[in-house]
Write a protein that binds this ligand. Structure first.
Ligand code: ADP
Ligand code: MG
Length: 705
């Protein structure tokens, strides 16, 4: 083992643990592991976070006034002139030939970064101050403490090029040192994916140069080319994974070919007490066309809350039933499953379509009976939560699965409902998914969008309300309640304490307060920790207008459809995400009357992102616009986890900034999947290998071999 630490084997392989590289022992291997680096392959993809292009350092006594130069030395002292606006940062840097003054205007940020005793490289324009030499507004890089004794430090390899995200016990310079032999032996490690013609057409450099230059770029242009190539590959492999996943779902599986006819269509439409909107018609046409094929449908139905998705899903369900197959409708919560069941009941009154609701609470002989009816095929439509996935529930002939709010389920659950053959699958989401995300995490689905909601909706007016205006808002709400309307009050938490301003942001406290404020009306509390019977009861009473004010936690987030509720107050609104605020607001504006959404939050908030969210809510009612804004505010990382969707992490590419490249790579990947879905052609061997190492089992590619 001692040997392994000091000597790097000649034949480095991508799969080799980093521990066998020179300079890495068990301790460092552990630090690397925390950075997500296990193997040499991971190390090659541990990309710098920044790059330095500094001129070769000169000795201080050799500096010429007027030139741009870099020096390498030790910080002797620092000084920060805070009384100046903007503040000035000064330092003295010495090498073995002299001292150089450094002055940075507006250098406040340097105060916490640069300290006496640090070794630095600084580069900038050489000037003169009171007969001594100075650098004005130079750039800096802090080097390892021992850099000055260490000859390595003056080697451009160490101060130039990539700067790595470092960690305690592992500096950027150390990472460079460890990576160096790998880069020197790059040729056998990095194999090309594409032929020359393709590279030329796409204006991509070869893969080996890309890895070389991302770590050690000779200049900015080459760095840019390296980035472009590596980002392209990252997108390409991700999209290819999606393309193949989709291919497997469609080409190797067969689904029931549903027949449709004018007669069936008319019969289904008769169930709805209104004409369908153009967007509903369009999405239904897309869905019917999918379901008529022998390959399973894999479609995502996107539409803002209240846009009429449930109606579209019910159309698909009735088509499946007309074709003598069963339908499973899965919702993320019991409240929602219940809600779906109720609305289906409403549309199917006096119909002989047999439907049932399955929830976690269902037990004993009643449950056995229901399960038997599903198994024997007597039941047509089965609505439920994840309880539908329980092993003992078997379908006689499952023709269609409808999944509401897909993002709350992983792909694995989608797959597990497929245990009974391969039914068609319709995924509904009320969270508008920006096109960038739709193309990545849902990239293996076809997409239908309902853009415009049914006509006759009242507008929703949204106002950000400061604590000082709380009373005014209450009086406004009282007037609406007197006029017969209902209101939601949403709280971030069930219990909590008052903060300094006396703001109550917990539902239980809020309930007590509001019971007093609105004592002439019936006020009720609803939260996720209540048992489901109690919840159902309260929901039912609210629906029947027996309750006027519903105080709730975010359990009301999705799905409730009560047109008479035209007021929503969101307490502590600055603590909610944009998508969630929009979701919540979707509960109102469902009838023809004007609705009002009040966002209670301090106007003095220092949190710029929170401010930007609340302003966006006041400005826009368009879910897609809000979703794009949200994605930009938060960055893609926070909004979705690629891992959860069985996709590899993106290490260098960014779906927002590199959107054009994503589109290009997606097109190329889907074209390739079309031509050689099994990647068996010899020229695709390297791509196939890379894909397997990225996706592992999640793609099931291994069995494609
Ligand atoms: P979503 O599932 O997208 O939230 P729903 O399908 O539940 O939307 O529809 C929301 C409301 O709009 C329901 O009350 C529904 O009855 C009504 N609705 C749906 N489609 C239409 C339509 N074409 N015309 C009028 N009202 C409609
Ligand atoms: Mg709905």
């Amino acid at each position: 083992m001692a040997d392994a630490i000091t000597k790097t084997p000649d034949d480095i392989k991508l799969s080799m643990p980093v521990q066998f590289l020179k300079g890495v022992g068990p301790a460092r291997a552990e630090i690397f592991a925390k950075l997500g680096v296990q193997t040499v392959g991971d190390l090659l993809e541990y990309f710098p976070r920044d790059w330095v292009f500094a001129p070769e350092p000169k000795k201080i006594d050799n500096l010429q006034i007027g030139e741009t130069a870099s020096i390498l030395g030790l910080i002797e002292s620092t000084d920060f002139k805070n009384y100046r606006r903007p503040p000035i940062f000064e330092a003295a840097v010495s090498d073995d030939t002299g001292i150089c003054r450094i002055i940075c205007f507006n250098g406040g940020y340097l105060r916490d970064q640069l300290h006496p005793g640090q070794a630095v490289i600084a580069w900038g324009k050489v000037g003169e101050y009171k007969h001594s030499i100075q650098l004005t507004n130079p750039k800096f890089r802090i080097l390892d403490a021992d850099a000055l004794e260490n000859k390595d430090a003056i080697d451009p390899f160490f101060f130039n090029g990539g700067v790595y995200p470092a960690s305690n016990g592992l500096s950027s310079v150390q990472i460079k040192k460890i990576t160096r032999p790998v880069l020197e032996n790059l040729t056998p490690l990095v194999s090309e994916f594409y032929d020359d013609q393709f590279l030329k057409k796409m204006e991509l450099i070869n893969r080996k140069d890309a890895f070389q230059w991302i770590h050690l770029p000779p200049d900015e242009q080459k760095l840019a080319k390296a980035k472009r190539r590596l980002k392209f590959d990252e997108f390409f492999l991700m999209q290819l994974g999606l393309a193949l996943r989709r291919h497997r779902n469609t080409q190797f599986a067969s689904a029931v070919e549903m027949k449709s006819s004018d007669q069936i269509d008319t019969r289904i439409r008769k169930r709805f007490p209104f004409l369908l909107t153009d967007d509903q018609d369009k999405t239904i046409a897309e869905i019917v066309s999918d379901m008529q094929k022998p390959v399973p449908m894999n479609r995502l139905l996107q539409g803002d809350v209240g846009s009429g998705k449930t109606v579209v899903a019910l159309y698909a369900a009735l088509l499946a039933v007309a074709n003598k197959t069963q339908v499973a409708i899965m919702a993320p919560t019991e409240i929602l499953a219940n809600q779906h069941f109720l609305s289906i009941e409403r549309y199917l009154r006096n119909s002989d379509v047999k439907r049932v609701l399955i929830t976690g609470g269902l037990m004993g002989s009643k449950r056995d009976e229901i399960i038997n009816e599903i198994k024997s095929g007597q039941t047509d439509i089965i609505v439920g939560t994840v309880a539908l996935l329980e092993k003992d529930i078997e379908f006689k002939k499952l023709g269609l699965i409808v999944i509401d709010e897909q993002h709350k389920f992983g792909v694995h659950q989608r797959a597990s409902l497929r245990k009974d053959g391969t039914p068609h699958c319709l995924v509904m989401t009320a969270t508008p998914i920006p096109r960038t995300l739709a193309m990545t995490v849902f990239g293996d689905l076809d997409i239908s969008i309902i853009k415009h909601s049914p006509p006759g909706r009242g507008a929703v007016v949204t106002r950000w309300v400061a604590p000082s205006d709380r009373k005014k808002a209450y009086e406004f709400i009282r007037e609406r309640l007197k006029a017969g309307k209902q209101a939601y009050f949403v709280y971030p938490r069930i219990t909590g304490v008052e903060d300094e301003e006396g703001d109550i942001k917990a539902a239980i406290d809020g309930y007590q307060e509001l019971s007093k404020v609105f004592n002439e009306f019936k006020v009720e509390l609803l939260h996720g920790q209540m048992n489901s019977e109690k919840k159902q009861q309260i929901m039912a009473d609210f629906r029947r207008n027996k309750i006027k004010v519903l105080v709730a936690t975010v359990v009301i987030e999705v799905g409730l459809d009560i047109p008479n509720a035209t007021i929503m107050v969101i307490e502590g609104a600055d603590g909610f995400g944009l998508a969630q605020l929009h979701q919540l607001r979707g509960r109102i504006g469902r009838g023809t009357d004007k609705s009002f959404c009040f966002l209670f939050a301090d106007k003095e908030t220092e949190n710029e992102i929170a401010r930007s969210r609340l302003e966006m809510m006041e400005r826009s009612n368009d879910g897609f616009e809000i979703a794009e804004h949200d994605l930009r505010l938060r960055g893609p990382g926070e909004l979705f986890s690629t891992r959860q969707h069985g996709l590899p992490d993106l290490k260098i590419a960014n779906i927002i900034d590199d959107y054009d490249l994503l589109v290009l790579a997606r097109r190329c990947a889907f074209e390739l999947a079309e031509k050689d879905a099994l990647l068996t052609e010899p020229t695709h061997k390297n791509i196939r290998r890379a894909l397997i190492s990225k996706f592992g089992d999640s793609l099931g590619l291994a069995d494609v071999a």
